[in-house]
Design a protein around this ligand. Structure first.
Ligand SMILES: [Fe+2]
Length: 313
């Protein structure tokens, strides 16, 4: 049996279409869905019904599902969430709200565990090595090859002082997670760890593409293949600019477009920059209001949108 593992779609219907088309060609029998289905790209009302219609699908919620329940205020910081919450069709929101944090199943005799957050399985010490803000520092010469990222990820785990305790604590099986939008997998004996990467918003310093993973389970044996379908982000950006999301907050949209164009994160960096800017101008209003939000973005632009690295901003 083959399963497509798809996570962090973030409303990107064109990317989901590419992944589902490829998965069908690979002959998948089922789907494991890792959370974060909306926010960032604006087509979540197409994404969610598509996912709900998939056969043999198991799904968990992501951390960003909760942003759809933030009470609306006048701030700009969460403008994209307010816009998405207003557009979200009630049946789609009900589906998101029904999703569990973790799914533990047996597929063809193999225990498979699915959750959004990798720290739930691997602990914080390992999880921080894959934080989106760490990757551009690690790979200044990006984009790097998937082969290099994959080898480095395995080595990072091998070098971790906590890996042996993690492997002792977890029973053998397949552990699937998403969250940090980086595509890798690692096998240690009978433990297989899989991050399929982000289907809709990859920021792992590898070439831009729609990411997922293919899990094959046969006669008690299991293996995984990372798959990455390249496509041009420019038509996606042009399409997104025609939607109400762009009008709701061009700053948010610009950050998203920068991520897509560079396949590395800008949102975390800007959030650090706006915090520093607000402190400097004596604005203690949180969440950030529109005047500070926009002024900080403009100032950040005059510096060339530098990414956050410890001590750089
Ligand atoms: Fe995500």
């Amino acid at each position: 049996m083959k399963y497509a593992i798809i996570s962090d779609i973030h409303g990107n219907m064109p990317a989901l279409k590419l992944v589902l088309e490829d998965a069908r060609k690979q002959g998948v029998d089922g789907y494991l869905l890792g959370g974060d289905y909306s926010l960032r790209a604006p087509w979540f009302n197409e994404v969610i019904p598509t996912l709900r219609g998939l056969p043999n699908a198991y799904a968990v919620c992501g951390n960003e599902e909760k942003y759809l329940h933030f009470p609306e205020k006048e701030d700009a910081q969460f403008a994209i969430c307010y816009w998405a919450a207003k557009q979200m069709q009630p049946e789609n929101l009900a589906w998101l709200d029904s999703l569990p944090e973790q799914v533990d199943i047996t597929l063809n005799g193999v225990p498979v565990h699915l959750t959004h957050h990798l720290e739930r399985f691997l602990g914080n010490e390992i999880a921080t090595k894959f934080h989106t803000s760490v990757l551009p520092v690690r790979y200044p010469e990006r984009p790097i090859s998937p082969e290099r990222f994959q080898a480095d990820a395995r080595q990072l785990l091998l070098d971790s002082p906590t890996l042996s305790a993690v492997l002792e604590d977890l029973p053998a099986g397949v552990y699937v997670f998403g969250h940090n939008h980086a595509q890798w997998n690692a096998r240690f004996g009978d433990h297989l760890f899989i991050n399929p990467g982000s289907c809709g918003h990859p920021i792992d310093c590898m070439p831009f593409g729609a990411c997922y993973a293919l899990l094959t389970i046969e006669n008690g044996a299991y293996e995984v293949e990372s798959r990455r379908i390249p496509y041009d982000p420019e038509p996606l950006i042009r399409q997104a600019m025609q939607t109400g999301q762009y009008q709701a907050d061009p700053v948010w949209s610009s950050l998203i477009f920068m991520d897509w164009r560079s396949c590395s994160e800008h949102i975390f960096s800007f959030l650090r920059y706006v915090e520093m800017y607000a402190n400097r101008v004596g604005d203690n209003r949180r969440p950030f209001m529109r005047d500070t939000w926009q002024a900080a973005f403009e100032e950040w632009g005059t510096l060339g949108y530098p990414l956050y690295t410890e001590g750089s901003l």
